[in-house]
Design a protein around this ligand. Structure first.
Ligand SMILES: Cc1cc2nc3c(=O)[nH]c(=O)nc-3n(C[C@H](O)[C@H](O)[C@H](O)COP(=O)(O)OP(=O)(O)OC[C@H]3O[C@@H](n4cnc5c(N)ncnc54)[C@H](O)[C@@H]3O)c2cc1C
Length: 389
């Protein structure tokens, strides 16, 4: 899509392109050394290592258009592997609601990619209905610690995480959204047990985590006791905005077209097949519509506001589009896609296509299931009230 970029934006785009291409990973390089060097150089550029952070915390203070340019360019060339939990989820919570001591203690290590965080929200009985969570945190008589007991589930990368940000219940009275407390604590300590869950795609990324009498100092509580729901909700909106993956989908769709062009069909290629072409065209149209929605949302955020309920539209449509691209990739691989996990056969993309497709089933579940996003859009964007009948 073409948007009218100002001269300044065009210069910024050139600067970004130069930075990304001159610091791109070279085959054979030590990946970790490259990764850490990349972040150090991005930092020297004036906060490019933390593009979404505000200037007072060392971010670059880009305009929405500059963010858009960055997303587009990095989707094309790629950036080093990064996890969203500390940088994109906990950091905004600490910036908005954490104490000065907590900001000074946790933000530098998040920025330096020294500490891996995981997100302890969901529980066996609390997913979409997150406020139903039961993991208990009881204050000790001397008021110095919380003792945490309970179980979290689907905790992504808990097995490699150093710390967890965790929603706990500190009161059972009143509405269930009240009485939730936001705690931070190390994963490598007595009473924390991590059990792997192997997903459909065959990988170990999620876990079940049990807490038995885990001792957490009160200074690790973010904000006030029983008020954690407010902080938790803000984090979800940041999480949803990040999950739409629109720029990545634009790149993935181009790749899909190339792949389909490499598959022979009749006298031509799969891309000449009218039925396949129609599906690709439908995807392109929908992707463009979501891209415009993202631009509208970026423009609305120009005043420095928090992402609003429109992040639910982006999450809903953006993840559906990612799944449709994965599905068409499997279709393009044909019968060879079924041989994933075995010896590679057929087109080069067939093998990865199937595992990507299976993993993509989760996109419309995590970060808030699609049905729940539809409820948010109906209520908070369209203003539709629940029927009382
Ligand atoms: C791969 C993966 C990684 C994850 N990583 C994390 C993580 O790191 N940390 C974390 O805390 N959680 C994580 N989750 C959990 C995720 O946030 C939950 O799975 C999600 O919120 C849905 O909750 P649930 O699984 O309990 O399903 P449920 O809430 O039980 O929903 C089951 C079905 O019912 C539907 N449904 C529920 N409520 C409504 C409603 N009101 N109206 C209409 N339909 C409804 C849902 O859409 C869904 O289809 C992860 C999940 C996955 C799959």
């Amino acid at each position: 899509m073409d948007i009218n970029l100002s001269q300044q934006d065009l210069e910024f785009r050139t600067e970004v392109r130069e930075f990304l291409s001159s610091n791109a990973y070279k085959n054979g390089e030590d990946y970790n050394a490259w990764r850490m060097g990349w972040f150090a150089k991005a930092r020297e550029k004036g906060g490019w290592d933390v593009p979404k952070w505000p200037t007072e915390f060392g971010g670059p203070g880009w305009t929405p258009t500059q963010h858009y340019i960055w997303e587009q360019e990095t989707a094309e060339i790629g950036t080093p592997f990064d996890l969203p939990f500390g940088l994109g989820m906990l950091a905004p919570v600490l910036m908005n609601y954490g104490s000065k001591e907590q900001q000074d203690r946790f933000l530098p290590d998040i920025r330096d990619r020294k500490v891996n965080w995981c997100q302890g929200y969901s529980e066996p009985g609390a997913g979409s209905d997150l406020a139903n969570l039961k993991t208990k945190a009881e204050l000790t008589d001397d008021g110095k610690h919380y003792i945490v007991n309970g179980t979290k589930i689907w905790t992504t990368l808990a097995h490699i995480a150093d710390w967890i940000f965790c929603l706990t219940r500190t009161s059972d009275t009143g509405k269930k959204q009240e009485g939730i407390t936001f705690l931070l604590f190390p994963m490598k300590q007595e009473g924390v047990e991590v059990k792997p869950i192997i997903t459909l795609g065959g990988s170990h990324t999620v876990n079940m985590v049990h807490f038995t009498d885990v001792k957490v100092p009160v200074e690790n509580r973010v904000g006030e006791q029983d008020k954690g729901w407010t902080y938790a909700k803000g984090l979800l909106q940041h999480e949803r905005t990040g999950l739409a993956g629109i720029s990545r989908s634009i790149v993935a769709l181009e790749k899909l077209k190339e792949q389909a062009t490499s598959v022979k069909r009749g006298n031509g290629t799969l891309m000449d097949d009218p039925a396949f072409r129609t599906k690709v065209a439908e995807l392109e149209v929908d992707l463009m519509a979501v891209e415009f929605t993202e631009l509208r949302s970026l423009a609305a955020a120009a005043g420095g506001g928090e992402p609003g309920p429109e992040s639910s539209i982006l999450k809903l449509k953006g993840t559906e589009i990612q799944q449709r691209i994965q599905k068409l990739t499997v279709e393009a691989g044909g019968i060879f896609s079924a041989a994933w996990g075995a010896m590679p056969v057929g087109p080069h993309f067939a093998r990865g296509g199937m595992s990507g497709y299976l993993s993509s089933r989760a996109y419309t579940i995590y970060g808030g299931a699609s049905e729940v996003q539809k409820d948010v859009v109906a209520k908070n964007v369209l203003g539709i009230k629940k029927s009382t009948k």
